[in-house]
Design a protein around this ligand. Structure first.
Ligand code: RDL
Ligand code: RDL
Ligand code: RDL
Length: 153
């Protein structure tokens, strides 16, 4: 099994390093990492990891900035990531942290790391233990900030 990790130089923390570190805690799968300038470069990077490097699943890591043009950019990147998944029939776990989700740089740094690590666990579960993912169905999981939890307690 091979897991791909694609991240960006635009992000304000080393999301790829967090992903690789977390993946290694949960799996002995081979990891292939690639870095591109920004989120719009992630779809083809992920598709190449799947088609050329034979990855079974890919994490696409990026940080949309807070401005309107960044949000449009992120929406386009997201559509590209979706298209790459449909073209390859493989999951690409999109880990986006919007810069304006955090109240300051310290919280942003924390969120970039925490969401990446939690989605790395999701990627491993989806690839190797999908039944454990189903055990979490409907439990209001979130990545980074606190889980929402189930509606009925
Ligand atoms: O292909 C080169 C760039 O167009 C590409 O790297 C873009 O994703 C870069 N980029 C923007 O041009 C932009 O307006 C990014 C953002 N906003 C952004 O918010 N986050 C990014 N890239 O990762
Ligand atoms: O590929 C990993 C995630 O990007 C993907 O699971 C998203 O669907 C998760 N997600 C968001 O990132 C988000 O901003 C969800 C929501 N909002 C949402 O409102 N409902 C979801 N997922 O089911
Ligand atoms: O309910 C609060 C947040 O979950 C909500 O604001 C999400 O939209 C935040 N969010 C993103 O904006 C995003 O791009 C999340 C993800 N990705 C994600 O992958 N997982 C989240 N939230 O829990």
């Amino acid at each position: 099994m091979i897991i791909g990790v694609a991240d960006t130089t635009f992000a304000r923390a080393n999301m790829g390093a967090f992903a690789v570190d977390e993946l290694k805690k949960h799996t002995s799968a081979r990891i292939i990492r690639v870095t591109v300038p920004g989120v719009k470069d992630l779809p083809v990077a992920a598709k190449k990891l799947i088609e050329e490097e034979k990855c079974d699943i890919v994490m696409a890591l990026g940080m949309p900035g807070g401005k309107d043009q960044d949000k449009i950019c992120a929406h386009e990147a997201s559509q590209g990531i979706m298209m790459a998944q449909l073209m390859t029939n493989k999951h690409i776990i999109e880990v986006f942290v919007h810069e304006d989700e955090a109240k300051d740089d310290a919280e942003l740094a924390w969120l970039l790391e925490q969401r990446t690590r939690e989605h790395a666990v999701n990627a491993v579960l989806m690839l190797t233990r999908p039944q454990d993912m189903t055990k979490l169905a409907g439990t209001g999981q979130r990545q980074g900030f606190a889980d929402a939890g189930p509606a009925r307690r």
